[in-house]
Design a protein around this ligand. Structure first.
Ligand SMILES: Nc1ncnc2c1ncn2[C@@H]1O[C@H](COP(=O)(O)OP(=O)(O)OP(=O)(O)O)[C@@H](O)[C@H]1O
Ligand SMILES: [Mg+2]
Length: 494
């Protein structure tokens, strides 16, 4: 049993943890819940030994311990799938695992790693080849590998810090099925997720953090989703109501026969001013590539994109940058400038990869950014490096860029990944306001709930083709799943 008592962690003037306690019993699946910036990841790093507490007690089976490194944590049988990934991109999947197992990538180590991960990958995603460099994997695949890497260490205590946030419903099911098979062998799980359905399905107890302090330990078998959300925010949950949407305006965007890559099915799509279009389906069906093609991040192999106001096909990247706001789903590599202050990240116009930040007067920049950040409820300071914000708050800081962009079109790749439910609703509100003012929005989400909450229409992809379009009464959870499994159903596989 692991017990953390009255943990404090101070970073300069910032108190990440003020009074956090957590008990993790053998064999239990336990959730660690809290809003963005409440201290979950910090507590996990202390649990794992990669951070030391400023004060507080750490006990394992009744004995006081002091962890000085991740190695100390590993010796206690603790393995973590980290929110910001702990993989070395240039190394292959098996090299990464070998490194975690024996601190080296020698041939024997690789052989052992390969043997250990084969059955795990088979369960989680048989399409991942263990010899592939991590840099060549898609984001959800990297998280699957992060989970496999943690499990390969055969831990007694497994921690998953939002490791399922980038996965779709089917992918999460596979992870749960695998973890279930370890339940009987006494594995303890500490599970962090902002998706309440996942938490309620999978965990029996939860520790709830608010502003760095443990405020409750909840028995999830007797807790409704609403009660839980109230506990989390400290306020009555404002369940989202059906939002009255405006009728769409004139055509803003005309997509004709666009294929993101050669050999892919061409897509036609008409988007009106003020419309919000969701791209749905299982992960990896070509939605993200299509989104990138629309913003000319990867110019389409075929087809044309007309932004109506321009009377010309969208062909030049400079035009795309002027007309289109694009938010990448790869926050670490294409979203943030990690060492730069939050304010610069928020004010960076568009997401010019490797591009230069506009030089604005520092003081004005800080002030404007601070007010934008406040509007979107970012927990943190405008001047701290963005990499020291919590994951969800980094995402919110990037979305704050929207406030001073006035694009014809917004393209978002998994916009609220890792964002807590209350902030997510707030962001959806901001996006709806922008649509009401005439912007066309196209977004991909790995979470069907988000498609339902935000989209007027959902275009469902399967194997790089559009297989269905859902709107009105057909826009419901059952139809999304049915459409997502399109071909399998037709072939009678599932
Ligand atoms: N190295 C650091 N320097 C300064 N502040 C930090 C540092 N690490 C964490 N913090 C602050 O501590 C607080 C808690 O962050 P933490 O990452 O633990 O939150 P979290 O609960 O995991 O949030 P999320 O749900 O967004 O992942 C945040 O306000 C964050 O800005
Ligand atoms: Mg976190």
């Amino acid at each position: 049993m692991i017990r953390l008592e009255r943990i404090k962690r101070q970073y300069g003037s910032i108190a990440a943890l003020k009074d956090a306690s957590l008990t993790l019993r053998p064999g239990e699946f336990h959730a660690l819940l809290g809003s963005n910036g409440s201290g979950k990841s910090t507590l996990i790093k202390i649990l794992a030994g990669t951070e030391t507490p400023t004060s507080g007690a750490y006990e394992v089976d009744g004995r006081a311990v002091k962890l000085r490194s991740a190695g100390d944590g590993r010796e206690l049988g603790i393995a973590v799938a980290y929110q910001d990934l702990s993989l070395i991109p240039s190394l292959s999947v098996e090299q990464n695992v070998a490194l975690a197992l024996n601190g080296a990538t020698a041939r024997d180590g690789i052989r052992e790693a390969r043997a250990r991960i084969a059955p795990l990958l088979e369960e989680i995603n048989p399409e991942i080849d263990a010899g592939t460099p991590v840099s060549e994997l898609a984001i959800p695949e990297r998280y699957q590998v992060e989970i496999v890497k943690a499990l390969a260490q055969r831990p007694k205590f497994l921690v998953m810090d939002e490791a399922t946030a980038a996965l779709d419903g089917q992918q999460v099911k596979r992870v749960f099925r695998l973890l279930d098979s370890f339940r009987d062998s006494g594995l303890s799980l500490l599970f962090v997720s902002h998706r309440m359905d996942e938490v309620l399905e999978f965990c029996r107890r939860a520790t709830i953090l608010r502003e760095g302090a443990t405020v409750a330990e909840a028995d999830l078998l007797h807790q409704s989703r609403e009660e839980l959300l109230t506990l989390l925010s400290g306020q009555e949950d404002q369940e989202h109501r059906d939002v009255q949407r405006r009728a769409p305006g004139p055509v803003t965007l005309q997509v004709q026969g666009v294929s993101a890559l050669h050999g892919r099915h061409p897509v036609d799509l008409t988007v009106h001013a003020g419309e919000i279009i969701g791209l749905g389906g299982l992960q990896g069906q070509g939605q993200r590539e299509f989104l990138r093609a629309l913003g000319l991040l990867t110019p389409p192999a075929r087809g044309q994109i007309f932004v109506t106001s321009e009377h010309l096909p969208l062909k030049r990247k400079s035009d795309a940058r002027r007309l289109v706001f694009f938010l990448s789903g790869d926050r670490a590599n294409e979203g943030i400038f990690p060492r730069r202050p939050v304010c610069e990240n928020t004010m960076a116009q568009h997401m010019a990869i490797g591009g230069m930040l506009r030089s604005l007067a520092m003081k004005g920049l800080r002030e404007t950014a601070a007010s934008l950040l406040q509007r979107i409820g970012v927990v943190g300071h405008a001047t701290q490096p963005i990499e020291t914000l919590s994951g969800g708050n980094q995402q919110k800081a990037l979305l704050a860029r929207l406030f001073h962009a006035k694009p014809a079109m917004i393209l978002l790749d998994d916009p609220t990944i890792g964002v807590d439910p209350a902030s997510r609703r707030q962001i959806h509100g901001v996006l709806r306001d922008m649509a009401d003012r005439g912007t066309a929005i196209v977004f991909f989400s790995s979470d069907d709930e988000e498609l339902l909450a935000l989209a007027d229409r959902v275009i469902v992809f399967y194997e790089n083709a559009v297989v269905d379009e859902l709107a009105g009464d057909r826009l419901n959870p059952g139809e999304i799943v049915r459409a997502s499994l399109h071909t399998q159903r037709q072939e009678g596989v599932q």
